[in-house]
Design a protein around this ligand. Structure first.
Ligand SMILES: [Zn+2]
Length: 146
């Protein structure tokens, strides 16, 4: 499970609209140790997002995204300096559902990371979903909004 504030969700949606017709992308950062809580009879790990980075799409594409390596390095350094960790990668879909494309799966290099996708296909009611992608296998995870 990944935990985001309402403000973070709103910022991601707003940025997705602003970056159109290119996909938007960015990094979600939070404390290195996930919170744990009992819910529905089992222990659940919650990655808490405390800071979001809205980044440039170096692909300049409406179908794919690529974080600019220089910007990614800078953000990664800042996250480390703050004592945080990258807990998620965010990007937008303009014309398709908030579900990983085959291209997304191919480029999912971080098995510990959450992949948050914002779909603005229906601009009036955008959808936000989160997934783990491990060795090509997609598993949806719950988003807690606080
Ligand atoms: Zn995608």
């Amino acid at each position: 499970m990944i935990s985001l504030s309402r403000k973070h969700i709103d910022d991601l949606v707003e940025y997705s609209k602003k970056e159109a017709p290119s996909e938007a992308c960015g990094i979600l950062a939070g404390p290195p140790t996930p919170e744990e809580k009992f819910a529905a009879g089992r222990l659940r790990r919650i990655s808490k997002v405390t800071k979001i980075y809205l980044m440039a799409n170096a692909d300049n594409s409406g179908q794919t995204f690529l974080m600019d390596p220089k910007e990614q390095l800078k953000v990664t350094k800042e996250i480390r300096t703050l004592g945080l960790e990258m807990v998620g990668i965010y990007h937008s879909h303009l014309e398709t559902e908030a579900f990983p494309s085959s291209h997304d799966v191919k480029l999912a290099y971080y098995p510990d990371s959450s992949y948050v996708i914002v779909s603005i296909k229906d601009e009036a009611s955008p959808s936000v979903r989160s997934f783990k992608i491990v060795e090509g296998k997609i598993t949806e995870e719950e988003i807690e909004i606080k």
